[in-house]
Design a protein around this ligand. Structure first.
Ligand code: CP
Length: 338
């Protein structure tokens, strides 16, 4: 695809070559993301960071990524602080805010809303999650993480064996990840969920059409013994009609150190898009895994900055100028090992 001035709305717009381009630029961002160097390549540019649904990682890492490239960030969080709460349409909001910004990142609770907004925007729009539909930048950072974790074991993404676990019906991160894996070869995808929360058929069909082996199951232990990655997800309680309905599924697929030791291979990588639900009743991805070196969840979140920096650099067509506008940092960041 032609990155400059393009919207980033769905994984379907990418070819494998595009993914490799994004990851090459993400690698180039490493000294800037880790504060060994700084660049002012986007000095004067403004990111409109518009999050109409709760977010920690995506919102803040989009902002950090833009700041690390030298740009400024203006944020809108929640409908109550936007004129949308007074009845303003997405069209009008897009026409106005896109003249205040050079690029916009947006999260919205309704599927398709970010694409609707983008159609009225004068500047590129990046989808930070639209309802239960897609979360393309999360899938990109997930695959970047998978690539890095497998490379440490001298493996490639082709031939990947991955178990996706939890609320696969509402989990937009796994929807986008399934689409992305269709660009690779010889993948085994094990889709573990309660029947009511199973992966929508369109994504299963896409995986099969790509020639991948797909196993659909509601059993955890028997299906995590022969995979490279276990990718756990949260029950997306905000997508259920009531808390009671969401509570029916809590704790069904608990992964803790004892289960990991008994059923997983010793080097199986554990991923989760976060947030993990750490409340006592959640029983999702236990904190007793925090000392497990194969727990990649925080490396995964860190990679969000690299990948989002790469997307900004490509969409604003400055990837080739990042080093030209760079200098050493005068401060020292204490980087403690926790
Ligand atoms: N992974 C993710 O989308 O996290 P946030 O909801 O905190 O942005």
């Amino acid at each position: 695809m032609d990155f400059p001035a393009s919207h980033i709305l769905s994984i379907t717009q990418f070819e494998r070559f595009d993914i490799e381009r994004i990851f090459t630029v993400a690698d180039q961002m490493e000294p800037y993301a880790h504060r060994r160097k700084m660049t002012r390549v986007l000095e004067g540019a403004i990111l409109g960071n518009m999050f109409f649904e709760a977010s920690t990682r995506t919102r803040v890492s989009f902002g950090c990524a833009f700041n690390l490239l030298g740009g400024e960030v203006r944020e809108t969080t929640g409908f109550q602080s936007s004129a949308i709460s007074k009845g303003e349409s997405l069209y009008d909001t897009a026409r106005v805010l896109s003249s205040y910004s050079d690029v916009i990142a947006m999260r919205h609770p309704d599927a398709g809303s970010v694409a609707e907004f983008a159609s009225a925007s004068r500047v590129p729009v990046i989808n930070g999650g639209d309802g239960a539909n897609e979360h393309p930048t999360q899938a990109l950072l997930d695959l970047y993480t998978i690539k890095c974790e497998l490379a440490a074991k001298c493996r490639e993404v082709d031939g990947l064996r991955i178990a996706m676990i939890g609320d696969l019906r509402h989990g937009r991160t796994v929807h986008s990840l399934c689409k992305l894996l269709c660009l690779y070869k010889n993948v085994k995808a094990v889709l573990i969920s309660p029947a009511e929360l199973s992966m929508p058929e369109e994504y299963v069909e896409q995986l099969r059409a790509a020639g991948h082996e797909v196993i659909v199951s509601d059993a955890l232990e028997a299906n995590i013994c022969d995979v490279d990655i276990v990718y756990s997800t949260r029950i997306q309680e905000e997508r259920f009609s009531s808390q009671e309905e969401a509570d029916l599924y809590r704790g069904r697929f608990r992964l803790n150190q004892a289960i990991y030791t008994e059923f997983c291979q010793p080097n199986t990588v554990i991923m989760h898009p976060l947030p993990r639900d750490s409340r006592a009743t959640a029983n999702e991805l236990d904190v007793d895994l925090d000392g497990n070196p194969n727990l990649a969840i925080f490396r995964q979140a860190d990679n969000g900055v690299l990948v989002r920096m790469a997307l900004f650099a490509l969409v604003l067509d400055v990837a080739h100028l990042v080093d030209k506008y760079s200098k050493d940092v005068p401060w020292h960041t204490a980087n403690r090992v926790i």
